[in-house]
Design a protein around this ligand. Sequence first.
Ligand code: MTE
Length: 302
Amino acid sequence: MKKFKYSEVTPENIYKKRRSFVKSLSFGLGSLSISSLSLINNAFANTEGNKPTSFEDITTYNNYYEFGTGKSDPYLKSQNFKTKPWTVKIEGEIEKPLELSIEEILSSFPSEERILKLRCVEGWSMVIPWMGFSLSKLIEKVELKPSAKFVEFETVYDPEQMIGQRRPILNWPYIEGLRIDEAMHPLTTVVTGLYQKELPKQNGAPLRIFIPWKYGFKSAKAIVKIKFVKKMPNTAWMNASPREYGFYSNVNPNVNHPRWSQSTERPINGDIFAPRIKTLMFNGYGDEVAHLYTGMDLKKYF
Ligand code: MTE
């Protein structure tokens, strides 16, 4: 088995230098929209505990039930998982159904760095320097029909390679979904990497989604299909426990999980004695996303 080598990891000082270089490069290439970047940075400034989590923590403490339910299972058991060749089908209520290879996606949609916080429904959080682009860029290319009301993300089903899928831990494949306006929001990110590197397998290589104002389980990994649909998708977690996991799953300190409080969180930052911090409405991204839910009872639509 190929072991994960720490020499493959960019040391942090080099990473910082490269980061400013890559940022200026992206401006030069015009791949970075200034408005989307400042939106993301503003959103991030609203969050508490904004120091990026270490590469080691981000890549060894994961939830990825296809590889087991232990926090180190994804890191230990995903390293032989084949992410090439990889294609993503885009279908459903759209004018231009497509099947794109991962190479086509990476070259058509330039990635930029987005430092955004992941808040897990279990009560921990990480600040992650993701690489990616807004899902809206891809949606614009496939031309939505007016009948497209929701989008469904489907993860690969391959029990030969994914040992967790040999047991009915969840109803495989892992399905997640968003309302169309949520999917079109610029903060909804197609993730292609982190810390300026290729996306590690345990974090969802070669492609995953990330929705910073929602609990981490909405951010499906290893996506093979993006399907635009008329009706609200039935997601893997709603299937597993509808009382505990709703479709919206917005981070909301005022709505507790039936078995625990959601008012605080434990930042994963290398210090196990670090105090818990307050969880913010919409994970701190309320200025950007609260308008999507005007008039909705978020206790009912949790
Ligand atoms: N995607 C798939 N396919 N399978 C999973 O089990 N777990 C989710 C989400 N995406 C999961 C998944 C949960 S519960 C969380 S908190 C995040 O992935 C964790 O992402 P990270 O490991 O990159 O931090």
